[in-house]
Design a binder for this molecule. Structure first.
Ligand SMILES: [Zn+2]
Length: 109
């Protein structure tokens, strides 16, 4: 039973670190948090990352190599395929640019 807990913990850490990397967060810090909080950490990360907004200027300041000759590219997988995702609420509307290849959030417009 003891080894099952460690396998579960390793899966939580790995999954959280992967999610953190895809959302532009530090995978080491979020992985360490997952060691303590286990499966609650990916939900906390998803909640924190969902509220985050980044403009194109902020994205380019953070990832200057994302601007290529063929337009914008994903900073995480270098794909040029970016989709526009409209998120509508009662009092808000967001236009998020997401990577079509790896699904990472890139910036808002
Ligand atoms: Zn990507």
């Amino acid at each position: 039973m003891e080894s099952g807990l460690w396998i579960f913990r390793a899966l939580c850490i790995g999954f959280t670190a992967y999610m953190a990397h895809k959302r532009g967060r530090n995978p080491w810090i979020w992985g360490a948090l997952a060691y303590i909080l286990l499966f609650a950490t990916p939900f906390i990360l998803a909640y924190v990352a969902r509220r985050e907004k980044r403009s194109l200027q902020q994205y380019l300041a953070q990832y200057p190599d994302a601007r290529s000759k063929r337009g914008m590219s994903c900073a995480y997988c270098q794909s040029n395929s970016i989709r526009l995702w409209h998120q509508r609420g009662i009092l808000f509307m967001r236009a998020k640019h997401l990577c079509n290849h790896c699904g990472s959030y890139l910036y808002d417009s």
